[in-house]
Design a protein. Structure first.
Length: 298
């Protein structure tokens, strides 16, 4: 067991999992305190680093892309006090921090854990039900539906429609954007078929955030919803599949267009299709369709 205990929190690594427990000091971010203890499996980790400073340093954990719905929902926008994967380290504990980091690195090497993206969430996201109030409303999620309720500060045209309930099945995504400078932030739910582009102030599917203390808690709602939406790897797979489908369709069309193609040209086309199939550009079904179109010309 390798662990480090600081005012900012505790990290404990047993070779298989890293337990991250937030501290109880006032300077520990509200989101971290609400999120509570995290149990991060080794296979979700991509790396760890130690940064040393004169007054304090930091342990920083890097997770594999797509492993954590919280990181997916916040897209790198969490401020340091709210980031659960950072730990403030006192100078007299730098040696312990380096030891913990080395233990994690060695385990990653021994287990051969890739630092590349994953195709499923390896952390469960915030526990349910989850609710947060900030900005012009309250957002709640029970695992099946999102409920939005407005307060007295909500713009009249949005509030006049009353509370809003959105089934999970109607959602295609969720966005969390913190306030920055003079720009307000938002928690927006992307609803299938709903018009896009309305400012959060007027959008009935969004809570507008003004940069106050409880804004980061809206990220918990975003993460809980994100954890129950299709993993982003599914969208990447669809994006790869579409060009492959077009390739297969074009191959079949081109093969059927030239009735006068000679035998050698058609054989060469068959070989090209076979290479596309072996390289994964064409699926089995697409290859079969394209191949049949060429064989008809032979």
């Amino acid at each position: 067991m390798a662990d480090i205990i600081q005012k900012d929190g505790t990290w404990a690594f047993d070779g298989d999992t890293l337990r991250i427990t937030p501290g109880r000091e006032k300077n520990v971010g509200l989101l971290r305190r609400e999120l509570g203890e995290l149990v991060v499996p080794l296979r979700a980790l991509a790396g760890v680093s130690v940064e040393q400073g004169r007054k304090s340093g930091r342990l920083r954990l890097r997770l594999r892309d797509g492993a954590d719905p919280l990181l997916q929902a916040t897209a790198g926008r969490l401020a340091e006090p709210h980031d659960p994967y950072q730990l403030v380290v006192e100078p007299d504990r730098y040696g312990v921090a380096e030891y913990v980091a080395d233990e994690v690195r060695n385990a990653l090497l021994l287990e051969g854990v890739s630092s590349g993206p994953v195709d499923e969430y390896l952390l469960p996201g915030p526990s349910l039900p989850v609710s947060a109030s900030a900005g012009d409303g309250t957002a709640s999620f029970d695992g099946e539906r999102v409920r939005l309720e407005w307060n007295w500060k909500t713009e009249e045209s949005k509030a006049s429609a009353g509370p809003r309930t959105i089934p999970l099945a109607d959602l295609t995504g969720v966005e969390w954007q913190p306030a920055a400078g003079l720009e307000n932030g938002h928690l927006r739910f992307l609803v299938r078929g709903a018009p896009l582009g309305a400012p959060p102030k007027y959008d009935p599917n969004a809570v507008e955030l003004w940069g106050f203390r409880k804004d980061p808690l809206m990220a918990l709602v975003a993460a809980a919803v994100q954890a129950r939406l299709p993993h982003p790897s599914a969208a990447r797979a669809d994006a790869r599949r579409l060009p492959a489908q077009r390739t297969g369709e074009q191959a079949g069309e081109q093969a059927g267009q030239r009735a006068g193609d000679d035998h050698d040209t058609l054989l060469r086309r068959l070989r090209e299709l076979g290479e596309l199939h072996r390289d994964g550009v064409l699926t089995d079904e697409e290859f079969a369709v394209a191949k049949q179109a060429v064989l008809k010309r032979l």
